[in-house]
Design a protein around this ligand. Structure first.
Ligand code: IVH
Length: 742
């Protein structure tokens, strides 16, 4: 579901009248909220980061021109996550501090010298320090009262953070009740929430499969994961937590830092095993070197080593400067760099068709890790530009044969930070980014965002149904609940039959019956495998092997019956199931409603693809803009999709679309306007729902409007409605009114 595409080109901010600016701010607030939701809550953004930034920039520009029009729900100031409505503020009883930094061994020597000077008047001066990894995550403060976790907060600005208790509760490393005994009545345990590389990669994989965005690094991703509205999403991220400090407490956990942290371990926390206690600079630096050596095998990001005075008594005496303890310091790792050469540039095709360039490098060790591949992101990046069109690497392009500087900084994902132009071979040619998909040979295009007029930075394969790189994902989508809804044919079975070579394209699903024996073998093999794994775990042997085969037959019969049951799908489901780019379920329903039959849809689609000007053929449909039309042209312009469609239609006969207006729906035949922000559904969902019930949804309020559904932040439309005496209800009242008919 995408928000309603708007065909009118954007007016420059300088030429907007006040009324237009107000309307535009409302639209932008809604749209940005919609994309925030997709990005943060559903992990399935529908626009690129650059497009999203453009929306925010336009919003800000308008607000700067008309400061008085700034809305209560203005997206400015809140970054991404729905903060305003999201999280309550928590004032930290003891501020959460940052750390002074050391960059060289000498800085560490100086730190110990300062300590010595401070305490030198003490006769039996015997200061010790701890050294431990500085975890590159997000700090959190967890309040325990009588051993029970009662509240958890982010660091925020150090004084006030956000209450993210529900999200923190989903982290397995955070005990809901402290174990053992001897904990203070109240204690705020502090530490770092982080994401392991394994989790990060798994999430990226899932996101790519869902057509989602590229996660930058584990730290940012952990941050995003913690600020989810829905704790279930946080839970799915499998975040981890190391305890290393504390804030407010009714009693010292122990006399020293080192013992206190080990107490935390007794109470059920994870503490970093690389923490040591030491007395001399040499010992501290030795630990720093050791941790640096182990850095690449830890499985999570660290960006330095923290030294802390061990004795709490001495910590207290040495005290604080603004925002930092004097008694601790972070010894940072230098950014690691190395030079190597680009041997080749390969193009990988993601499951959603994105062409992802990868540089194959002469293997080189950067900070203990051998780097052989590095992502080149997209074609502009190779040319030397970032997603905002700004030069990177001083605008130097990357060519095969180039000598390049690789860096692994805070995050461990290596990047090419520079090209050594002096070493460029004379015959090195600018890289020619392919315009066809290397997997299926279909054209690979860059879409133009209809609102910003800017090209997407990613080139995508238009092979859709025929590209095997995209095949599995498309098949999964095809059978999914919102699409063809084939019961029993989940992602697992799709993978199984695809890997067994039994289904390649969607039409194969409908002839799977003819390959019953092979299908059964594939299922049996999987069951065998699963049983073997269970045995390996339990150590017990199976007794009845034959019943396995029996079950397979029954399962298959059921599956075939479920497939047969979907041979006459609703037209909108079928169109949605095709997985055409930008055609979500709402758009599919609009197309189905407009064209009524699959034949008509295909006829117009093909004619549009063949026409010089698509607008001469494609009817103007409210809610369908140039992005969708462009996607349809790509789809129908590809002859190979024709074949797949033809094959599919031999087995599947979508029902003509009949507008199913619920006669008893209270809103049938009425004109409804939605304004302000909706909290329980997206705009497009609301619209689709109203239309399903036979209502007409309009974009502006006029005398013809029957009903206005106004959410928080509703502005001029609400005002007009009140002036015209039109009935206005809120979202809850709307849901109440349509209940029973949806
Ligand atoms: S101690 C009063 N120990 O670094 C001491 N901080 O730059 C408070 N951090 O906000 C912090 N690993 O998010 C401490 N082992 C560690 C740490 C650590 C990571 C972070 C923490 C803090 C930031 C300060």
């Amino acid at each position: 579901m995408t928000p309603k595409p708007d065909n009118t080109p954007e007016k420059p901010v300088e030429t907007l009248t006040e009324a237009e600016a107000a309307a535009e701010l409302e639209r932008l607030a809604n749209e940005i909220a919609f994309h925030d939701e997709r990005y943060h809550t559903e992990d399935a953004p529908v626009i690129s980061d650059a497009e999203y930034d453009a929306l925010r920039r336009r919003n800000l520009a308008i607000e700067q021109r008309y400061p008085d029009l700034k809305r209560a729900d203005s997206p400015t100031g809140s970054v991404g996550a729905p903060l305003a409505e999201g999280f309550a503020k928590v004032r930290h009883a003891v501020p959460m501090l940052s750390l002074a930094k050391a960059y060289t061994d000498q800085d560490v020597v100086d730190f110990l010298e300062r300590a010595k000077r401070f305490f030198e008047r003490d006769k039996d001066f015997d200061i010790a320090f701890t050294a431990e990894p500085k975890i590159d995550g997000l700090s959190a403060s967890l309040r325990y009262e009588n051993g029970v976790f009662v509240q958890g907060a982010t660091r925020g600005d150090g004084t006030v953070g956000e209450d993210i208790t529900a999200n923190l509760r989903t982290i397995a490393d955070i005990p809901h009740r402290l174990k053992g005994s001897g904990w203070p009545e109240v204690i705020e345990i502090r530490g770092e929430v982080y994401m392991t590389y394994v989790e990060f990669e798994a999430l990226k994989e899932r996101s790519t499969a869902a057509g989602g965005q590229d996660y930058v690094n584990p730290r940012n991703t952990a941050a995003g994961s913690l600020r989810q509205k829905d704790p279930a999403v946080t839970a799915s991220r499998n975040l981890k937590f190391f305890a290393y400090a504390w804030g407010y407490t009714t009693a010292d956990p122990a006399p020293t830092q080192y013992e206190a942290v080990w107490k935390f371990a007794e109470w059920g926390f994870q503490v970093n095993p690389l923490m040591v206690r030491a007395k001399s600079v040499d010992e501290l630096i030795a630990q720093y070197r050791l941790i640096e050596e182990k850095r690449s095998s830890l499985g999570y990001d660290i960006d330095g080593v923290v030294y802390k005075v061990d004795q709490l008594e001495l910590q207290r005496r040495w005290g604080f400067v603004t925002g930092e303890p004097r008694w601790a310091i972070a010894h940072k790792f230098p950014a690691e760099q190395a030079t190597t050469t680009v041997i080749r540039i390969d193009i990988q095709v993601g499951r959603t068709g994105t062409l992802a360039p990868v540089a194959r490098l002469a293997p080189v060790t950067v900070g203990g890790v051998v780097v052989e591949n590095v992502t080149l992101h997209n074609e502009d990046y190779i040319k030397g530009f970032d997603s905002n069109g700004q030069p990177i690497r001083e605008g130097r392009d990357i060519r095969v044969g180039d000598t390049v500087v690789i860096q692994r900084a805070g995050d461990v994902i290596p990047q090419i930070v520079d090209v050594v132009i002096d070493k460029r071979p004379q015959d090195a040619m600018p890289y020619d980014f392919p315009h066809v998909c290397p997997v299926c040979g279909s054209p690979a295009t860059r879409e133009v965002n209809e609102k910003t007029g800017k090209e997407d930075s990613r080139r995508r394969c238009t092979g859709e149904l025929i590209c095997s790189a995209q095949a599995v994902e498309r098949l999964r989508h095809f059978v999914s609940r919102g699409a063809m809804d084939i019961e029993g044919m989940g992602a697992e079975n799709i993978d199984l039959f695809f890997n067994a070579g039994l289904i390649d394209t969607a039409d194969d699903i409908f002839t799977l019956k003819d390959k019953r024996v092979e299908a059964q073998e594939a299922l049996a093999k999987r069951r065998e495998e699963q049983a073997r794994q269970r045995e390996a775990v339990s150590g017990k042997e199976r007794k009845n092997v034959r019943s396995v085969d029996q079950r397979n037959f029954e399962g298959l019969d059921k599956l075939f019956a479920a497939i047969d049951a979907r041979r006459k799908p609703e037209l909108d489901r079928f169109i949605f199931a095709l997985g055409i780019r930008h055609v979500g379920d709402t758009t599919a329903a609009l197309l189905a409603r407009t064209f009524s039959t699959i034949e008509e849809f295909i006829r117009v689609g093909k004619e549009t693809a063949a026409a010089e000007d698509p607008h001469t053929v494609f009817p103007s449909i409210n809610g369908i803009g140039d992005t969708v039309i462009g996607a349809l042209i790509d789809f129908f312009g590809n002859e190979r999709n024709d074949k797949v469609l033809d094959d599919l239609l031999e087995h599947v006969h979508p029902k003509p679309y009949v507008v199913n207006v619920s006669a008893d729906s209270e809103v049938a035949g009425k004109t409804v306007v939605f304004t302000g922000s909706l909290e329980k559904m997206t705009r497009s969902e609301a619209k689709a729902m109203a239309e399903r019930l036979g209502a007409k949804v309009a974009g502006s309020v006029s005398a013809k409007t029957d009903l206005v559904v106004a959410g928080p932040g509703a502005g001029s439309k609400l005002k007009t409605a009140t002036e015209l005496g039109i009935e206005v209800i809120d979202e809850d009242a709307w849901l109440e009114r349509v209940r029973g008919s949806v």
